[in-house]
Write a protein that binds this ligand. Structure first.
Ligand code: CU
Length: 345
């Protein structure tokens, strides 16, 4: 509505008025140049141009007056232009959130509904504050614009009571939102994974993800930095020590398979720099830090293929550090793992 009024009402009308004024001034300037070339006086100039400008005094006075007229013209419109720009940005950006133009992908994990609920509550609260603040800003810019007869600007030392009130309100809002979400955050991190959870070691390196399953013995084999060879991929990239009996049945893949409705424990590692294991559909994101084994868990609730991204700017090839998570039925998962084990023998 606002955009419509701006595009089809105010803007063309203002444009037409300015064009008319521009033509009149151009004509006046030509006449002025002609007179100057003829060495005529400014009194004569005033007689000719009187209808276009409120000229007074000598030629220098005329120039100053002309510049002032132009400056007042621009300033008079500036408050309105700023109001329109601020309100347009505010309303357009709010529209995209309300219409969910670019929104989260489908939530396919047990915690996704709780995370989405918290996300939405936060957006509504912050959205109200954002819209109210920006609309007020636009209105104040317009109300206190510079204009003829405006009061002189006075420096304000601020209002201590109001400063305290909005600082406390902001603190309450942020701490409150954190407390509301802390149980969701903690449930994936502080509560240990179920003993029967599927364990997957996820290793990030420039610029790939590798997934390791411990095999039937339930133990991950030893990895050694001196054995790491990124160019060989798979086990070699992780530096798996094949002389360790526990490593004999370890399965290393570049696609992550997990069974649906079964808790998955992720052990996050990084070989070179900090990476971030991000699976938007699982609402799962955690940094992988060199030297640490970070344990977290999630439960996928819908079968399907889901994208894995690296959410940490980790180097030149960061943009292609992409992986796939395949959530399949328990039977399919068992068959897939058995086939990988058979390939190893
Ligand atoms: Cu990365």
């Amino acid at each position: 509505m606002f955009l419509f009024v701006f595009l089809f009402g105010w803007a063309p009308r203002a444009g037409a008025v300015h064009l008319q004024e521009f033509r009149r001034r151009t004509k006046a300037e030509k006449a002025e140049k002609k007179l100057l070339a003829q060495g005529k006086t400014c009194d004569r100039l005033r007689l000719i141009l009187g209808s276009c400008f409120s000229v007074s005094g000598d030629f220098t006075g005329f120039r100053v007056r002309k510049v002032k007229d132009l400056a007042w013209g621009v300033l008079a419109q500036m408050g309105l232009v700023l109001l329109i720009v601020i309100w347009l940005i505010t309303l357009l950006s709010t529209y995209f959130f309300v219409a969910k133009t670019w929104w989260l992908p489908v939530g396919a994990s047990a915690l996704a509904p709780a995370i989405d609920h918290h996300f939405t509550s936060t957006y509504i609260l912050m959205g109200i504050v954002f819209v109210a603040a920006q609309l007020s800003l636009g209105a104040l810019v317009w109300m206190y614009r510079d204009r003829k007869g405006a009061r002189d600007v006075q420096y304000s030392h601020g209002n201590v009571t109001m400063e305290i009130v909005w600082t406390v309100l902001t603190a309450v809002l942020f701490v409150g939102l954190n407390l509301m979400s802390s149980s969701i955050w903690a449930s994936e991190r502080f509560r240990p994974a179920d003993p029967g959870a599927v364990r997957v070691e996820v290793t990030g390196m420039q610029f790939a993800w590798y997934f390791r399953y411990p095999g039937p013995d339930g133990k991950f084999g030893t990895t050694k930095p001196e054995l790491e060879d990124a160019s060989s991929g798979g086990e070699g990239a992780l530096g798996l020590d094949t002389t360790d009996p526990a490593s004999k049945d370890d399965v290393v893949t570049s696609t992550m398979f997990v069974p649906v409705n079964h808790e998955v424990e992720v052990i996050l590692r990084a070989q070179d720099v900090i990476h971030s294991f991000f699976v938007p559909s699982m609402r799962f994101k955690q940094d992988a830090v060199p030297g640490l084994a970070i344990r977290m868990h999630f439960t996928p609730t819908q079968t399907g293929d889901y994208e894995i991204a690296c959410a940490e700017l980790c180097g030149l090839g960061h943009y292609k550090m992409h992986g796939m998570l395949k959530v399949v039925s328990q039977d399919e998962f068992d068959r897939w793992l058995a086939a990988r084990e058979a390939e190893k023998q």
